[in-house]
Design a binder for this molecule. Structure first.
Ligand code: CP
Length: 293
């Protein structure tokens, strides 16, 4: 349903007039308590293209800085008739907490190291545009898995749809316990890259790591970086994905990030269509047939 609706909204985005009236009269609040470029701006554009009234909440200029709680913040936004609260928060579970206390629809835009559902949806959408099917695909997720909400949401989505998911990175960041989610874990890059249909790279999330997880960035790049020298380990039609922000020269060389296998900017473009679909569906939209009408 989300994929088909996103497909319809992607077509809307290619029209001369990219706006539809689907959310006219609704109020959407972007409640970002953690930094973001792609997710915040694509939700903002998604709400605008659906003709909603949009408020961008800036934590720095808000009463959160005076000690107001998340719950009180949300209740005040509801008192102003907010219909949808899109929340990004550093604490895992913050959107779930709000969903239990708020009447408005709550959309998770990333909570701590827990989940980033719309990122996984846009990643699936991008894979489907290139590979048509997810079942049977070999997908390698490479990097800081332990602290990655993108990894967790992708693992749920990809395994549910029948992909074979391999996780790779330093042992401290890719513990064996992830096998319980239905993945293969390897600490050997060659094994992880051989025959992969999709390589999904993740950055090292220094801001979430509570201790030193490996000796240094140079060593990380030499063991796990997708460098130019490692291009010949990849299959000819491999897709290179990254949720962003990318750290050029650390987990990925510029030549690969900007090269023919990379769909990194396509992911961003697809994120807008997927987030339009999510806002439309949580507001009671029935599916793609309503978008075409
Ligand atoms: N992929 C992603 O969540 O990027 P931002 O942090 O810039 O939103």
């Amino acid at each position: 349903m989300v994929m088909d609706t996103a497909e319809a909204f992607k077509a809307v985005g290619e029209r001369a007039i990219k706006k539809v009236p689907a959310l006219r009269g609704k109020t959407v609040v972007n409640l970002f308590i953690e930094p973001s470029t792609r997710t915040r701006i694509s939700f903002e554009l998604a709400a605008q293209r659906l003709s909603a009234d949009l408020v961008n909440f800036s934590v720095e200029s808000s009463s959160v800085r005076k000690g107001e709680t998340l719950k009180d913040t949300a209740r005040n936004l509801e008192a102003l008739n907010a219909d949808i609260l899109i929340i990004r928060h550093g604490a895992a579970g913050a959107p779930h907490f709000l969903a239990r206390h708020a009447r408005a629809c709550i959309v998770n835009a990333g909570d701590g190291a827990h989940e980033h559902p719309t990122q996984a949806l846009l990643d699936l959408f991008t894979i489907l545009q290139h590979k048509r099917e997810v079942a049977g695909l070999r997908v390698t997720i490479l990097g800081d898995i332990l602290y990655s909400r993108v990894a967790r949401s992708n693992i749920w989505a990809l395994t549910k749809l029948g992909a074979q998911v391999t996780l790779c990175g330093p042992a401290t960041l890719v513990p064996k316990v992830f096998e319980k989610m239905g993945c293969r874990v390897t600490w050997d890059l060659q094994t992880a890259l051989a025959d992969a249909d999709v390589v999904h790279l993740l950055r090292i999330q220094h801001e979430r790591q509570r201790k030193v997880m490996f000796p240094g960035i140079g060593e990380y790049t030499s063991l796990f970086g997708l460098t130019r020298q490692r291009l010949d380990m990849l299959t000819p039609d491999v897709l290179i994905m990254h949720p962003g922000p990318i750290n050029r020269g650390v987990e990925i060389d510029s030549e690969i990030a900007d090269g023919k296998h990379s769909v990194i900017l396509e992911q961003v473009t697809n994120g807008l269509a997927v987030r339009m679909a999510v806002l439309f569906l949580v507001s009671g939209g029935k599916g793609p047939q309503e978008v075409a009408a």
